[in-house]
Design a protein around this ligand. Structure first.
Ligand SMILES: Cc1ncc(COP(=O)(O)O)c(C=O)c1O
Length: 470
């Protein structure tokens, strides 16, 4: 990639912070103090990102103290076009100028009709030609809930297969599909008796201890035998639900042959395949939808985040043979947010007209290249992975005992140090993955090459500082 300015290849830059570097300090401000006094103990981001934000534009946010940050969290991957993109602002102004009803339950309007046409225009023809759409309450979680009800009603079956490391939301049905036990443990009984967990093709930590093609083959073989062995102890499920790239689970892209295999096996067994594109959809992974990397057609696709063009919106799109549920089977007051439909349409049109998915693929490759160069100096950067601009680095402890595949253990202590050193240098990053040991990059998809280089440069200095502080 000759166009990459190899910023991080300068070893002297990595060895120590640049002398002129000004670091932000984070003393508790009155706003943050009041937030921690008044808001719930369940609040999460402010604990690691102690920011009170004032304004935003593009890839930047500014806090009340006038400090500027590059936002590689972007509303947990929601802001495809960054903050306050002109097409989004224009769409909002237009809704107000037209005096549209802002909330219409599930009644139709020209804005809603346009939204559906724009969305169906982004889907592969094999899906859009037989697609139905259900508007949901405005969170991704609610779309997952709707998808569960849809497939259970259509198949007459009740159980669901989900994957280790899966994240599908926080309501109790969606939570029962989650791999992580942390949020489930205090609740006691969920629907988990109806959910069976399967191994995800996590190549770096292959659950079969094999990795590569052998790991994928073993994984598919296991699924096939589970669904076809009359004594597997597992009922034929109402669906299998998966993320084509696990986000919260640690930015783990599923092998495309595995995705194709799952599609083949589920089709043969008559099990609907639900693909959760809430985080990975709308260009994030370098394709409009992450399942397109494998050229498969799911039966159900759940979408949220970027689909609302910065505002809350969630839908389920599914093949019409599943449309057997009854009127009112899934409802919710806030299914008719016209503003979000207008901004969603504007963003979808922009993504298509400007080939933003291709740009995201190129920018993701550029960032990966930077990270791989940095990895030469830092054995703590165990695995760099992802697709497009959904990237992560699994941090490992090089001194720790290696696993069956020869990989050192996760380095949970290092990840928050890296995140904090980045923040001090004006870069907001996310964390996730098993043991919280993955640092994640989810920047707006319109980030430029020069901005990617800047992110890489800040990250390299922050990483060096974090390692030095161990
Ligand atoms: C893959 C996936 N599914 C579901 C959800 C839940 O969406 P929400 O937080 O809007 O309920 C998320 C949120 O991060 C997600 O990443």
């Amino acid at each position: 990639m000759s166009t990459v300015t190899r910023l991080v290849d300068d070893r002297s830059e990595q060895a120590s912070p640049a002398p002129e570097e000004k670091l932000y300090q984070f003393n508790e401000s009155p706003l943050l103090a009041r937030q921690s006094r008044q808001e719930s103990n369940a609040r999460s981001y402010p604990r690691r990102l102690p920011l009170a934000l004032k304004r935003a534009g593009g890839i930047h946010v500014e806090d009340v103290e006038g400090r500027r940050f590059i936002d590689c969290l972007a509303g947990a991957g929601t802001l495809a076009l960054g903050h306050n993109h002109p097409v989004v602002i224009e769409a909002i102004k237009q809704v107000l100028a037209d005096e549209l009803p802002l909330l219409t339950l599930d009644l139709t309007t020209p804005v809603k009709d346009q939204f559906v046409q724009d969305l169906f225009g982004l889907l592969p023809a094999a899906l859009s030609s037989e697609a139905k759409i259900q508007f949901c309450g405005p969170t991704g979680t609610d779309a997952v809930e709707a998808a569960l009800k849809l497939v259970r009603t259509a198949t007459g079956r009740s159980t669901v297969l989900s994957f280790q490391g899966a994240y599908h939301g926080m309501s109790q049905g969606a939570l029962s599909l989650m791999g992580s036990l942390g949020p489930k443990r205090p609740l006691g009984a969920l629907l988990s008796s109806g959910v069976q967990f399967l191994p995800y093709p996590y190549d770096y930590r292959c659950p079969f201890g094999l990795g590569g093609e052998a790991g994928v083959k073993a994984n598919l073989h296991y699924l096939e035998s589970l669904l076809n062995d009359p004594e597997a102890g597992v009922q034929l499920p109402a669906a299998i639900i998966l993320e084509a790239v696990q986000g919260e689970g640690g930015v783990i892209p599923a092998d495309v042959e595995w995705l194709r295999g799952v599609r083949r096996i589920t089709e043969k067994a008559g099990v609907p395949l639900i693909v959760d594109e809430i985080q990975s959809g709308f260009g994030r992974t370098g394709k409009m939808f992450a399942f397109e990397h494998a050229a498969i057609i799911p039966d159900v696709v759940v979408m949220s985040k970027a689909i609302g063009g910065s505002l809350p919106m969630a839908v389920v799109v599914y093949r019409d043979w599943l449309d057997t549920w009854q009127p009112g089977a899934h409802a919710g007051t806030f299914r008719g947010n016209q503003m979000a439909m207008a901004t969603g349409s504007a963003v979808m049109r922009y993504l298509k007209e400007h080939n933003v998915a291709d740009h995201a693929a190129a920018m993701g490759q550029r960032l990966s290249e930077h990270l791989r160069i940095l990895q030469r100096d830092f054995p703590q950067m165990g695995d760099i992975r992802g697709r497009g601009l959904m990237l992560g680095v699994e941090l490992v402890d090089p001194q720790g005992e290696k696993d069956a595949l020869g990989h050192p253990p996760p380095f949970a202590r290092l990840a928050p140090l890296v995140q904090r050193e980045c923040l001090k240098r004006g870069l907001i990053l996310e964390m996730g993955g098993r043991h919280g040991s993955v640092v994640r990059f989810l920047p707006p998809l319109v980030i430029t090459a020069a901005q990617i280089d800047e992110v890489a440069q800040i990250f390299s200095r922050a990483f060096a500082a974090a390692v030095a502080s161990l």
